[in-house]
Design a protein around this ligand. Structure first.
Ligand code: ATP
Ligand code: MG
Length: 730
């Protein structure tokens, strides 16, 4: 049976209902997290169809992710009681690509144009720079890539760059190179990601008859997460909305977290100016989170200065609930154990795993939780990225380690033989493969023979020799230097780290962080062989089974989602807020970090568990951390603190006492630092009678000392014999 409007409208509060029923004219819903903005959009879509205002294909709806688009399609279908087809529903990129295919010829492309990935983009841009005689040592390609990206985000085509936006890159040649690059793309019948909206906006701007067609087509426009649109997205929307002016945008200035990708909060602020007579609806009841979670989030975001200001009150009948937990832990491993343990407990209590999320600030952080979940046999999924050990840079690094340890590992050898590019082209590789086949030996062995002959041209031969010599040298160092140091050498000396340092795609810094985290993880294993075996097990353990799983993702990827139970680990200065935001200085980037914290907390319905570890290991080297300032900014009445403030591995004198200046703050991620230090030996031994702290058993008093073992009477855990490296003076 088809539902009646009164049915789905009854599931809304009066303000939401007004936002759904105000169908004509521009409308802006400006409201905090969990107030039902997305529900309003979905219901509005259904209402448009139900009241016959529009056919499904006459509504343009923009979501932030493909996942959100799928959900909206399903919910609209559920409300109107049948599946909906032929929708213009998706992300900006998806919608723009679809439009561009229809009108490709207007910008000189064919409708089957290719969309380039970042690798192809870089290659093409390099060619353009080479052809232009640019000194790429002095002017790295990455710099130009960033400039072009920024121009594209701002809707600027070559020849239309205003003076204020010009760049002195390569002696003021950036704009000319941009023009040449765009021309190359067209000649190749290709577009990069940034081009999709740029071209479409250009087409609409310069072809009134095309614009008019879309004005007739799109009677209604719906936009979710409006606070994170960039300028070109905004321009595209404004062009399309000039027709019927039925545009409804929903957003929350407190959740603007993509300024680093060119998002401009000003787009919200000027909505009223661009669309005079716009109706502004404010929603104030939060239906998602329990009262304490909401109060904690509101208290935190209140520290931001640049806000439009909104009221947010609990809307759920059962809104009372558990306070936000802040758990202090000894180190990152204990943090992972705590999270894993609580998930297991919740699971035993009947909690659906798909309602649990671990939200991290930086992608590398998922590693310790993944390993813990694998150990416990709890299924999980990483959203918005690959699982840690499946990430490209991690697979590459592991291939290097495998190829070094095992000369017969052809798969590993092949993966890295020309990564980074070292001049081993297709011809050289074909020669190598032929030699291996003919002699019936592994590639690495065949390579060893080939470099003694002149079968290869001098450049590939030299490159191959250098790699093979590297393998021999690294392998020889394993015994004396230890596998972590060798691993670091491999990544450095092979040029692999350099490759990512030169890469200017937005993912590159995260990849470098992942590689550092990999070295850190290796410190847990005694030898390279033990580590590689562990990896093989973790990868094999990867459950493909259907069913509920815990979600792991970055805070950025969690926007718009909700879960019963949310873990927010790693709230430490330098990690969250991120070191980059602290280095940039100024309040702007710090406020964006705080918004990210707000997004994180407001994902939780019932349980929100924030944690920080007092010690983190950076390449087997313990660094003490400082709790995130955001922890102090949480309203104390809404928070329960758990776990003693743990003792730090490193004596406080290393960082000095007194107020924490940014200089004194230990840097968690030391950009460019690749030296691997051994864990510092503890100064002085322990003596009987001394009060100590053990990371697992807590406080106790030493009874006896024997080599590196201590007998301790623990205050809670009773008497135990433990290794002294897990014990600190208390
Ligand atoms: P965010 O800012 O995080 O994107 P949002 O404003 O889009 O949040 P929704 O995701 O639409 O909020 O809604 C939050 C939760 O509240 C959802 O579970 C939704 O189903 C529920 N909800 C929304 N409105 C109501 C209502 N009137 N009555 C009961 N539940 C509601
Ligand atoms: Mg939403």
């Amino acid at each position: 049976a088809t539902p009646s409007p009164s049915e789905y409208l009854s599931r809304l509060n009066p303000e939401q209902r007004a936002a759904v029923e105000t169908l004509d004219g521009p409308l802006l819903v400006l409201a905090g997290a969990g107030t039902g903005k997305t529900r309003v959009l979905t219901t509005r879509f259904a209402h448009l169809l139900m009241t016959g205002r529009a056919q499904p294909h006459q509504v343009l709806s923009v979501t932030f992710t493909n996942k959100a688009a799928r959900e909206m399609r399903e919910r609209v279908g559920a409300i109107i009681g049948r599946p909906v087809e032929g929708l213009w529903l998706g992300t900006f990129h998806a919608l723009a690509a679809r439009m561009l295919r229809r009108h490709a010829e207007l910008v000189g492309l064919k409708s089957d144009f290719t969309i380039l990935d970042p690798d192809d983009q870089t290659r093409l841009l390099k060619q353009v720079m080479e052809a232009g005689g640019v000194d790429m040592k002095r002017w790295p390609v990455a710099g130009l890539m960033g400039i072009i990206q920024r121009w594209k985000d701002r809707g600027l085509t070559p020849g239309r760059i205003p003076v204020a936006e010009t760049s002195d890159y390569a002696n003021n040649r950036a704009e000319a190179l941009y023009a040449a690059y765009q021309a190359r793309l067209v000649a190749l019948n290709a577009a990069d990601f940034g081009d999709l909206l740029l071209h479409v906006t250009e087409i609409l701007r310069t072809n009134p008859e095309v614009l008019e067609r879309y004005h007739r087509l799109f009677r209604y426009i719906l936009v979710d997460e409006y606070q994170d649109t960039n300028l070109v997205q905004y321009l595209w929307l404004r062009l399309l909305a000039q027709g019927h002016r039925n545009i409804c945008c929903v957003g929350d200035d407190d959740q603007s977290i993509y300024s680093w990708r060119g998002a401009e909060i000003e787009n919200i602020l000027r909505f009223e100016k661009d669309f005079p007579g716009a109706v502004i609806v404010r929603l104030e009841a939060n239906y998602r989170s329990s009262r304490p979670i909401l109060a904690a989030a509101s208290g935190l975001i209140a520290k931001n200065e640049g806000r439009l200001g909104k009221t947010l009150r609990p809307g759920r009948a059962d809104a009372s609930g558990e306070k936000v937990r802040v758990v202090s832990l000894w180190d990152s491993e204990e943090e992972a154990r705590m999270v894993g343990g609580r998930i297991e407990e919740a699971q035993r209590a009947g909690q659906d795993l798909s309602e649990i999320a671990i939200l991290v600030r930086a992608g590398f952080q998922t590693r310790s939780f993944e390993e813990r979940l694998v150990t416990q046999g709890i299924p999980y999924r990483v959203y918005g990225g690959a699982k840690f050990y499946e990430r490209q840079e991690i697979r590459d690094a592991i291939a290097y380690f495998r190829a070094m340890v095992n000369p017969a590992d052809d798969l590993a050898f092949e993966r890295i033989v020309n990564t980074p590019k070292r001049g081993l082209g297709d011809t050289a590789l074909a020669t190598l493969h032929r030699a291996a086949r003919e002699q019936g030996v592994p590639l690495r062995i065949a390579a060893g023979g080939l470099i003694q002959t002149d079968a290869l041209r001098p450049r590939p031969r030299a490159a191959l020799r250098e790699l093979l010599e590297g393998f021999a040298r690294w392998h020889a160092g394993l015994e004396s230097l230890g596998h972590v140091v060798v691993a670091s050498q491999i990544l450095e000396e092979s040029g692999y780290i350099e490759m990512w340092k030169l890469d200017r795609t937005p993912e590159a810094p995260g990849r470098l962080d992942n590689l550092k985290e990999l070295l850190c993880a290796m410190g847990d294993f005694g030898t390279m062989a033990a580590f590689l075996e562990h990896i093989a097990l973790v990868m094999e353990n990867d459950q493909n089974a259907e069913g509920a799983r815990v979600s792991l993702m970055t805070l950025h990827a969690a926007k718009g989602l909700e879960f019963d139970m949310v873990f927010l680990p790693g709230w430490e200065e330098g990690l969250f807020p991120s070191q980059r935001s602290l280095d940039e200085g100024g309040n702007k980037s710090l406020e964006e970090e705080r918004r990210l914290a707000y997004v994180g907390i407001t994902r939780a319905r019932r349980h929100c568990i924030i944690s920080h570890a007092a010690n983190r290991r950076i390449y087997g080297n313990w660094t003490s951390t400082i709790p995130s300032r955001f922890l102090d900014e949480l309203p104390p009445d809404e928070v329960v603190r758990e776990g003693a403030e743990p003792v730090r591995h490193i004596p406080s004198s290393v960082f000095g006492a007194g107020p924490l200046s940014s200089q004194r703050r230990p840097r968690l991620i030391e950009a460019g630092a690749w030296e691997v230090a051994a864990r510092p030996a503890r100064e002085g031994g322990f003596a009987a009678g001394q009060r100590v702290f053990h990371q697992k058993f807590g406080y106790g008093r030493v009874i006896a000392v024997e080599d590196d073992k201590l007998d301790i009477a623990f205050e809670k855990a009773g008497q135990k014999r433990v290794l002294d490296r897990f014990v600190d003076p208390a």
